[in-house]
Design a protein around this ligand. Structure first.
Ligand code: PDD
Length: 285
């Protein structure tokens, strides 16, 4: 059976789900989105993702009273209909359909909502077990990276550039400091076994996985610090890793061709992977 997709109040076979070519999401990337992990059919950190979606809508002046219960039940329905055990649910809200016009302030739009699921391995992936190799690239994205918009071309080009030279992903650098990964938050672990990740600002997305991980660190009396770090600090770190809804915790073993630590997955990252999974399992059970 073909997968079902939700568009503006109705479920469609994925081949029949369409939006207008005049949708501002298509024409201007005038849209925000969320990606929530599904494990054993359960949504991970759903409330936090919904709350960030509301905030993204507010930040792009998209005045829309999105309904929490309704969205949750649509997402649960899709997980069931599409029999997703492990994977993700994607939701995108665009400003809606209208004449192509840069100025949106004088028109009343009806937002477009699209929700679909994707089957994807999140646990026990090769990436999680063996780690990934990354390259650093100059930051080319806009200055409000805290808003989860669908303007993802710079990130997409960055990841593709990394892939072309045989690497797995990129970390962006701005004024000498790492901002974050193409679609993940960046972490290092220093000689004092302290976990460091950049403090929140307009420069990076406040990851839900990042926030959960820091919460679990606090709860388990593990040392962490939210502050900027340079490429050199990252290369000299003992260990490094990324977090995101579709990766959870994935080790970084190489940066720009230099090994991080011994160039293999370190014991602290393994500990964080375990800690994260244990805590998530508790929340889901
Ligand atoms: N991306 N930073 C960026 C730029 C991201 O795109 C993401 C997530 C994160 C991590 O956020 P979270 O922990 O809430 O997933 C950080 C998702 C997975 C995506 O675009 O597919």
């Amino acid at each position: 059976m073909n997968k079902q997709v939700y568009v503006n109040g109705k479920y469609f076979d994925k081949n029949d789900a369409v939006v207008s070519v005049f949708d501002r999401g298509f024409l201007f990337a005038d849209a925000v989105y969320e990606v929530t992990a599904v494990i054993n059919g359960f949504l991970v950190d759903w409330k936090a993702h919904f709350s960030r979606l509301k905030n993204s809508l507010k930040e792009i002046n998209l005045n829309f009273n999105i309904q929490e219960k309704e969205i949750f039940s649509i997402q649960k329905n899709l997980i069931e209909k599409n029999k997703i055990k492990e994977g993700l649910v994607y939701i995108q809200v665009t400003r809606g359909v209208g004449e192509r016009d840069f100025n949106f302030s004088e028109t009343q739009f009806k937002p477009t909502i699209v929700i679909f699921t994707q089957e994807k391995k999140i646990l026990n992936t090769d990436r999680a077990k063996e780690g990934i190799k990354i390259v650093t690239l100059e930051e080319k994205r806009w200055k409000r990276r805290d808003i989860k918009t669908t303007q993802l071309l710079a990130s997409s080009m960055g990841k593709s550039e990394a892939s072309k030279i045989g690497k797995d992903d990129c970390w962006f650098i701005e004024n000498g400091f790492i901002t974050e990964g193409s679609s993940s938050n960046a972490f290092i672990i220093n000689d004092n076994n302290e976990v460091i990740t950049r403090e929140l600002s307009h420069n990076l997305l406040g990851g839900i996985t990042r926030s959960s991980l820091l919460h679990f660190c606090k709860k388990n009396n593990m040392k962490f610090r939210e502050s900027k770090f340079t490429e050199l600090e990252a290369k000299n770190a003992n260990e490094a890793f990324i977090t995101s809804a579709t990766n959870f915790v994935v080790p970084v073993i190489e940066i720009d061709g230099d090994k991080v630590g011994k160039g293999v997955v370190g014991s602290h990252v393994k500990k964080f992977q375990k800690l994260y999974l244990n805590e998530i399992q508790k929340r889901l059970s």
